[in-house]
Ligand binder design. Structure first.
Ligand code: IPT
Length: 941
């Protein structure tokens, strides 16, 4: 088994080539195979490759598959660390080994032709036999491997394919990406007929020239001819450059593809090609001569039920979801995807940074000692990986840059990879983030650089290389977050050299468990793991959007609208597309109810240009309600491409009423509709509405991942300060003629810091206005998680309406997507089901909200003037204690938080923390909120 320790080199494979369709026979070998898992290579079944071997007692397993997802062995998650000793090229003796067998018939059409067997992905190493003949060994999990099976194949007869897959091989040292370790034959297996003199490989060079002509050279087999019927090009000789005449260019915004046919006497291949020119001009990355901005995401290939197997319809749906959120770029973190993903990127339009299957991050833990990137024994494997990626994907117009890999330190082998790629494909720039010296690359790339640093780079005040700058990872989307997206986007708009980046990351890699829950690291008993760090996506594991994606969609929107009464300034942020065909939908609303609305067509604002568009005259109806003008830009296909709004008239202030002075009566304090208990001074009743627990000051939130993780987690300081266990001591209740004033000291055990808090209650119609004044004493050096009050309500008040920001959750540094309007939801739906439970669901800037039961009775709360709110069926301590969704069990109360302010979200789990304007400092503050009982449809009082 020396192949396991052979420094990651495949054995017996053919020269790599592009993936494309031809008219030669092909046979998919996907399907149900026979399978047996052994705990080590030595314990695997001897001789199982023999055609006559009896596998009838073996399990059945679908291929492609990640076998731990089908009950064989278990998934394991680590981020940086290797789950085996750093002892290259050796691998553990306990090396799960899956033997796979398939008996299949080969059609007679294969007779007389050459044949190849292609594996699109085997993790991590597969030894292959056909009809008892050993073909060789694959390595390089997410790269194709082909074997010549011409001699071993039996066309027109029964064939037996046997593949022994080892979880660990020397190649595993090169595949230390932050993801689940999931062995298996996880991509397609295909038998391909190879006619003599056929089209083995094609390299399409299709560029877009300044005059609008395409230029085409197709390197292919000698004597091949090239045609593009839609351009009237037919029978052109391969290997020669041609003027393709006027063409429509390919861009991610206008993904125009042409069908190209390459033919020899024995085979005809069909590809979809796009004309586009990638160049770095004057320090700027350009496509077809224009600066582009990468509004991107990092995309891993993962499925919550299938592991590394992602059905193509799921991929299409997720790419369409990206497009609807204005994502225009994908980094294939951290390996080439299934080949069909790039076909979809060509078709739907994405700028793709295609990354090699190469990462050695775990060597960082030993100071990069022994890093394969600088070990000559791994040189061949490194170059082989680069070659296989470039050869496979070289014809995709969407691929505009190659990446050497991720987090692999520095070393000579990276230089060899770069040299090989440059020589083979001079038309695409190279990317690699790990080498700050940028010795081998064409763009300066960083991950998680702060806003301030990106700004400095944009201004040219850094001392880094003078190359186009991109963030290959930024805005870590773990849990609730990221915050600060809008501020990054603004920098990409402002500085020509800052050309965008890729949010980390698209998808939560949770593994589905019964009951709607998702597992993460440690849930399979892994001795070494990185917990929920694998749950850091913009979409949940089932690919439903999280609020982070909604925010990203608003930030990445290609059109910016600056709305003023009667007119809108429209800024087209597309690089190539005009706004012809798009329109503006506008509405004037009073208290969230439309009083006028309409649509106007947009002029054909050219890419990068701005225009002022007048709106029809629509006066605000007389009255006192709060009025807004809201405008949405909508593309011809109905997709919203930008929005904005402006307040036309402010709303009214609450009106106090005079009532008989407060009085003590029967052990309670009564004042208008309000009733208080005398021990804590808490509100217990408003008219007919009994409150299980009246409002009290609350500063705690269930920490979000960005609070909990990173080098100096703020949540640790919060807990040390006791913010999760504040106690409330009554200082006194003062019954003034026009107010009840409850004075308290809110503080944590063992701390001499306090928040002195005065609750002043004044009567209003059917309720009471609460003014809370908070004065910190004793030296506060930690920010507060939140500042507000919490109260408990009966469980039947589950219907929620509000006039404020919505419809989704919003926090101070993540509220671009929220617009002021009138919204309805339920307590259950307000909660965002983060896979790892944490603070969520805040609705910002409510002017008013109601929580009502089926008969309409309930509570109305008015911000005076505005209040954030969150309503849940579990308490903040319950949320704080939960580790999975299933731990959150609805209780018999509704917990309502009304917040004057929140600490921001930031991105500190991996990257910068909360930006200064969004840090909630412990400072004196005063806020007001009005509570009114709602009588309901039966008119009770
Ligand atoms: C960075 C990795 O490149 C990425 O794969 C992922 O692990 C991400 O972090 C965190 O989720 S590396 C980090 C040390 C900056």
């Amino acid at each position: 088994m020396e192949y396991l320790t052979g420094f990651g080199r495949p054995i017996g494979t053919c020269a790599p080539r592009a993936a494309f369709d031809t008219d030669a026979p092909r046979l998919s070998l996907n399907g149900v195979w026979r399978f047996r898992l052994a705990p080590s290579a030595a314990e695997a079944a001897d001789g199982f490759w023999a055609p006559g071997f009896d596998d009838s007692g073996w399990s059945r397993l679908p291929v492609p598959s990640s076998w731990p997802m089908h009950g064989h062995g278990r998934p394991a998650y680590t981020n940086v660390v290797y789950p085996f000793p750093l002892d290259p090229p050796h691998v553990p003796t306990d090396n799960p080994t899956g033997d796979h067998r398939l008996v299949f018939e080969v059609p007679a059409a294969f007779e007389g032709l050459g044949a190849r067997l292609r594996f699109d992905g085997v993790d991590s190493c597969g030894r292959v036999w056909l009809n008892g003949v050993e073909l060789g060994v694959t390595q390089g999990s997410r790269l194709p491997a082909e074997f010549d099976v011409t001699a071993a194949l039996r066309p027109g007869g029964t064939n037996v394919l046997a593949v022994r897959v080892h979880q660990w091989s020397a190649g595993s040292y090169l595949e230390d990406q932050d993801m689940w370790w999931l062995p298996g034959i996880f991509r397609d297996v295909t038998l391909l007929a190879r006619p003599a003199g056929g089209v083995d490989d094609v390299f399409v060079h299709a560029t877009f020239e300044p005059g609008g002509h395409g230029r085409l050279r197709v390197d292919g087999p000698p004597g091949a001819t090239v045609s593009i019927p839609a351009l009237g090009l037919a029978g052109l000789p391969a290997g020669v450059a041609h003027d393709a005449g006027p063409v429509e260019p390919w861009t991610a915004e206008t993904p125009r593809l042409y069908e190209l046919v390459v033919a020899t006497a024995t085979e005809t291949a069909t590809l979809r090609v796009g004309f586009r020119t990638v160049a770095i001009t004057g320090g700027i990355l350009t496509v077809n001569g224009r600066r582009i901005v990468l509004r991107g995401v990092n995309r891993h290939e993962f499925h919550p039920d299938l592991g590394r197997v992602v059905p193509i319809e799921v991929v299409r749906a997720e790419l369409e979801l990206m497009r609807r959120h204005h994502v225009n770029a994908i980094r294939t973190s951290h390996y080439p995807p299934h080949p069909a993903v790039l076909d979809l990127c060509d078709e739907l339009g994405f700028w793709v940074l295609d990354e090699c299957d190469y990462e050695t991050h775990g060597f960082e833990t030993v100071g990069w000692r022994g890093n394969p990137s600088d070990d000559p024994r791994f040189a061949e494997a490194c170059v082989d990986r680069m070659r296989r990626m470039v050869e496979r994907d070289k014809n995709h117009p969407s691929v505009i840059m190659w990446s050497l890999g991720n987090e692999a330190g520095v070393g000579a082998n990276l230089g060899l990879m770069a040299d090989w790629a440059r020589e083979r494909d001079p038309d695409r720039p190279l990317h690699y983030e790990g080498d700050r010296g940028c010795a081998h690359v064409d763009v300066y790339s960083r991950m998680y650089a702060t806003h301030a640093e990106v700004d400095a780079i944009g201004r040219g005040e850094d001392h880094g290389p003078h190359l186009p700058f991109i963030l290959c990872e930024y805005a870590h989307a773990m849990g609730n977050g990221p915050g600060g997206l809008a501020e990054y986007d603004e920098l990409f708009d402002r500085h020509p050299r800052c050309q965008g980046g890729f949010v980390w990351e698209w998808l939560d890699h949770g593994i589905r468990r019964p009951g709607g829950d998702f597992a993460y690291g440690g849930d399979f008993g892994e001795p070494l793991h990185d917990g929920n760090f694998v749950i850091d996506g913009l979409v949940f594991p089932d690919r439903t959007p999280s609020p982070g994606l909604t925010e990203l969609g608003a930030v990445y929107a290609p059109v910016r609208l600056a709305v003023r009464p009667g007119e809108v300034t429209v800024r087209n942020r597309y690089a190539f597309r005009s706004l012809g065909g798009a329109g503006l939908h506008w509405s004037v609303t009073v208290d969230g109810v439309p009083s006028a609305e309409g649509a106007v067509r947009l002029p054909a604002v050219a890419a990068g240009q701005t225009a002022v568009v007048a709106l029809p005259h629509a006066p605000v109806p007389p009255g006192t309600g709060e009025a807004w003008l809201t405008v949405h830009a909508v593309a011809a296909d109905g997709l919203e491409i930008g929005s904005g709004q402006v307040q036309l008239r402010a709303g009214p202030a609450p009106v106090a009423v005079s009532m008989p002075a407060p009085r003590r009566e029967g052990g309670v304090i009564r004042f208008g509709a309000a009733e208080f208990e005398p021990v804590h001074g808490r509100l217990t009743r408003l008219g007919d509405l009994a409150l299980p627990r009246g409002p009290v000051l609350d500063v705690w939130r269930a920490p979000i991942d960005n609070d909990r993780l990173g080098p100096d987690p703020v949540a640790g300081r919060w807990r040390a300060a006791g913010l999760h266990r504040m106690t409330h001591r009554l200082l006194g209740i003062d019954l003034a003629p026009d107010a009840v004033v409850v004075a308290t000291r809110v503080a944590a055990a063992s701390s001499d810091r306090a928040l002195l808090t005065w609750y002043t209650w004044r009567p209003v119609d059917r309720g009471a206005e609460l003014t809370v004044r908070v004065e910190p004493t004793g030296g506060w050096d930690v920010p507060l998680p939140r500042l507000g009050v919490r109260l408990e309500l009966p469980p039947d008040l589950g219907d929620v309406s509000w006039f404020g920001a919505g419809p989704g959750e919003a926090y101070p540094d993540s509220r671009t997507a929220a617009l002021i309007g009138r919204y309805r939801s339920t307590v259950d739906d307000l909660a965002t089901p983060y896979v790892y439970p944490q603070e969520n669901g805040n609705r910002a800037d409510a002017r008013w909200l109601t929580l009502t039961g089926p008969d309409g009775t309930g509570l109305r709360v008015e911000g005076a003037p505005r209040i954030d709110f969150t309503a849940r069926r579990w308490s903040t301590p319950d949320l704080d204690a939960a580790r999975h969704r299933a731990d959150l069990v609805p209780g018999d109360r509704i917990h309502l938080h009304l917040d004057h302010a929140h600490h921001g979200l930031g991105s500190a789990a991996c990257g910068p923390g909360v930006l200064p304007p969004y840090v909630l400092r412990a400072e004196p503050a005063t806020f007001s909120v009005v509570f009114r009982a709602l009588p309901g449809s039966r008119g009770r009082r």
